[in-house]
Design a protein around this ligand. Structure first.
Ligand SMILES: NC(=O)c1ccc[n+]([C@@H]2O[C@H](COP(=O)([O-])OP(=O)(O)OC[C@H]3O[C@@H](n4cnc5c(N)ncnc54)[C@H](OP(=O)(O)O)[C@@H]3O)[C@@H](O)[C@H]2O)c1
Length: 257
């Protein structure tokens, strides 16, 4: 049984980046369950196609577009695909991101810095510009970007990632201030450690990391991707109608210590 037509995001058209795994894939399921038609975006086509098929089999409206968020033209095409398939764009979750390299700043490769900034900052920049353009045509919408606890506090040996996620906070606030009067809310989630693809690999290669992070987290555990997706769904929904420019930590208390 589907809940399309009812729920937190009833009848919304949503675009989700980074939907091929982790938090974005969980968001695809949560947003669809809450009534949204979802356009899934990432670079790996097979994962997107499999997830879109699974959602369609469950009776939800789901399509996908392959795009590298660092490329403006590809993001423009993805936004166009959402409008073509579903008629407009109401909601976007700009969640694609990258970066778990743990290297001291002075030893970090310039190429790592470039890749992280291109994906995490230019990616959100590209998404905001094309999504806002589409939303202005239909009188408004709601956008949630994925920052990180690394966008609120510094975590060691991850300078490019921390820099990029602080930039996402800046972009979120700037866009929120600029488009509030035109009916577009822009917020961000700041996840703590979450059991996604990139983190699972990181834990596998560095077994001491997970227990250390648990010690630094009042709730003493790693989040499941769906827990971040739930917060994003609420911020995207009309139930968060007076929330804009908010950076919402979903971190088991990591940033309160
Ligand atoms: N997991 C955590 O502990 C944690 C904590 C704080 C913040 N975050 C943030 O949460 C977001 C989601 O990450 P995740 O934890 O769910 O990890 P994940 O499972 O590795 O997912 C990352 C997603 O981003 C997509 N992506 C990466 N580069 C892209 C690009 N250039 N263009 C389009 N899509 C791209 C990947 O898809 P393709 O490879 O198919 O393109 C994938 O779908 C990221 O912004 C990450 O920084 C995660």
């Amino acid at each position: 049984m589907t809940t399309q037509g009812s729920g937190l995001l009833a009848d919304k058209v949503a675009l989700i980046t980074g939907a091929s795994s982790g938090i974005g894939a969980a968001a695809a399921r949560v947003f669809a369950r809450e009534g949204a038609s979802v356009l899934l975006v990432a670079r790996r086509e097979k994962q997107l196609a499999d997830l879109a098929d699974a959602l369609q089999e469950d009776g939800y409206k789901a399509r996908y577009a392959v795009a590298d968020v660092a490329r403006s033209g590809e993001v423009a095409e993805a936004v166009r695909a959402a409008v073509e398939h579903f008629g407009r764009l109401d909601v976007a979750f700009n969640n694609a991101g990258y970066g778990v390299e743990q290297t001291p700043l002075h030893l970090m490769d310039d190429q790592v810095y470039d890749r992280i900034m291109d994906t995490n900052v230019r990616g959100v920049w590209n998404c905001l510009r094309h999504e806002i353009t589409a939303m202005l045509e239909t009188g408004g919408g709601a956008i949630v970007n994925t920052s990180s606890v690394g966008g609120l506090v510094a975590t060691p040996v991850a300078a490019p990632y921390v820099t990029s996620k602080h930039a996402v906070v800046g972009l979120t606030r700037a866009a929120a201030a600029e488009y509030a009067a035109q009916g577009i809310r822009v917020n961000a989630v700041a996840p703590g450690t979450t059991r996604s693809e990139m983190v699972t690999e990181w834990f596998r290669n560095n077994p001491a990391v997970e227990p250390t992070l648990h010690r630094l987290t009042p709730q003493s555990r790693t989040a499941e991707p769906g827990e971040i997706a739930e917060a994003a769904a609420w911020l995207c929904s009309d139930r968060a109608s007076f929330a804009t420019g908010v950076i919402l930590p979903v971190d088991g208390g990591f940033t309160i210590l």
